[in-house]
Design a protein around this ligand. Structure first.
Ligand code: C2O
Ligand code: CU
Ligand code: CU
Length: 492
């Protein structure tokens, strides 16, 4: 796990004395050894959390885990997080899905050297929902996230609480990741080196949930809320219950949907979240169901382009496998929460208010000269092209176009602006592959990441009304991200 990074850190950021924090947390990025497989412990990089101010429920460390703590805040609160870099390389942390001031967004130019501290201070303006945090270090995001650096960030608010959804012990994280291990139980992240540049991206041969292999939840015959996060570097999941029970979706990237949605399966790309309502109240004690990833056409996800190492992953892209089992082991110790027919009304953005509805800002996604690009450009630390500047307060239409003929999907994500998906349009070239995943898209709520399939143009609407500054627009396949498929944009 050596690193040849040089000390060019931003120097960090101090706490401001006039910021009155409701929740104050220290997160130390460090190397550690944790038990994952039987036998030797695994060396990981992780976030170790400790609470400086706020009640104990705000920071829950997952025991014996490489994952960071689950941080819980309320909308409207002031949050301070002190990131301490105890690694041997630079790092910086990003709050995925949150609209925060420029200093708090974790842009790679703000990375800190070993020994430095970066203090984030922001007010929570986003609605109740499931968000997360991970590194955003230049060229090292995939590596650092892979070695363990990630955690869940849960926002609560009054509107959500009024709905009486399952909470407390009935509200559980389900962080899904794939990893590969050496025979001595160490993580292997074989990037094949140099220009290989990640064709399909990294695919592991073990599936982990909440940091564990062969994951199983032991639950009551009760109702639950599961907060699913695809924290994998590149793998897309097609999630369903193995016994054919419909999947009940209540929330997506940016909070609760206007109404619950039942689907045969949900498609979850890297970076995306989906909240499920699961009713186990009628199930027999001793029964079990499994969350599985159903098969889909892997060719549309780069299975012919090779994994990072150029060799086929052990769980091939698009094959069916089990994600975790859920066993009903106890009678309900409280009466099951019920699901109301309507959740949180959504007042979205309208095309009429968009400043560019007749000429959307468009981003073509393709590999060129061995790098992943957006409009033929790769990431440059400080550069912002003329067509990457937006006006504060504007509503815009953006389109992501994946029509180069290259057979790989791109989960596109932007910082600082949640969006609605307006339209998906296939050019016909990948229609049958598309049909193997498209029923699982949940486009009806607030999103910050959307999968753009080969042959597809995805049109979104967004508004820049939170903060001005320099932010990022990128592919959340972390190997694509580290190999160029990211650009700055400036809100001014
Ligand atoms: Cu979760 Cu810029 O990313
Ligand atoms: Cu993000
Ligand atoms: Cu991509």
């Amino acid at each position: 796990m050596g690193s040849d990074s040089v000390s060019t850190g931003s120097g960090g950021r101090d706490a401001s004395p006039d910021f009155a924090a409701d929740v104050d947390i220290e997160l130390t990025a460090l190397m550690d050894n944790v038990p994952i497989l039987s036998g030797s412990e695994t060396t990981v990089m992780r976030y170790n959390g400790s609470l400086i101010a706020g009640d104990a429920s705000r920071l829950v460390n997952l025991p014996d885990n490489y994952l960071g703590p689950v941080i819980t805040v309320r909308k409207g609160e002031n949050v301070r997080v002190r990131l301490v870099n105890s690694l041997t390389e630079e790092t910086i942390l990003h709050w995925h899905g949150l609209r925060v001031p420029e200093h708090a967004d974790g842009h790679p130019r703000l990375a800190i050297s070993p020994g430095e501290t970066y203090v984030y201070e922001f007010t929570v303006i986003d609605p109740a929902g499931t968000y997360w945090f991970h590194p955003h270090t230049h060229g090292r995001t995939g590596y650092q996230a892979y070695y363990g650096m990630a955690g869940l960030f849960v926002i609560k608010d009054d509107a959500e609480e009024a709905l009486g959804l399952p909470s407390g012990a009935y509200d559980l994280p389900v962080i899904i990741q794939d990893r590969s291990f050496t025979s001595s139980n160490q993580l292997s992240y074989d990037t094949g080196g140099g220009m290989m540049g990640g064709m399909a991206g990294f695919f592991g041969d073990r599936i982990l949930v909440n940091g564990a292999v062969n994951a199983s939840l032991s639950l009551e015959a009760n109702s639950y809320r599961l907060r699913l996060l695809n924290g994998s570097n590149a793998r897309v999941y097609k999630l369903a219950w193995n016994d054919g029970t419909a999947v009940t979706v209540i929330g997506t990237d940016g909070g609760l949907l206007p109404a619950p949605l039942t689907k045969e399966y949900v498609t979850l790309a890297p970076g995306e979240r989906i909240d499920l309502f699961v009713d186990l109240s009628g199930r027999a004690i001793g029964s079990e169901i499994r969350l599985v990833s159903l098969s889909y056409d892997g060719d549309a996800f780069g299975s012919n382009m090779g994994g990072m190492s150029g060799s086929a992953p052990a769980i091939s892209i698009g094959s069916e496998f089990a994600v975790m089992s859920v066993s009903v082991e106890r009678v309900a110790s409280s009466s099951p929460a019920t699901l109301s027919a309507s959740l949180i009304p959504m007042v979205g953005y309208s095309l009429e208010e968009a400043s560019n509805s007749s000429s959307p800002r468009s981003f073509s996604l393709y590999m060129q000269h061995g790098s992943w690009t957006m409009n033929g450009r790769t990431f440059e630390m400080d550069a912002v092209a003329d067509d990457e500047i937006v006006r504060f307060g504007d509503t815009e239409v953006w389109e992501y176009i994946n029509r180069s003929g290259q057979a790989v999907a791109h989960p596109m994500h932007m910082h600082e602006a949640r969006f609605q998906v307006l339209d998906r349009e296939q050019d016909g070239s990948w229609r049958s592959a598309y049909a193997t995943v498209s029923d699982g898209f949940v486009d009806g709520g607030w999103k910050d990441t959307a999968l753009v399939m080969p042959g597809e143009k995805v049109t979104v609407i967004l508004k820049f009304d939170s903060y001005s500054g320099l932010f990022l627009n990128h592919c959340h396949n972390l190997e694509h991200h580290d190999n160029g498929m990211m650009r700055n944009f400036r809100i001014e």
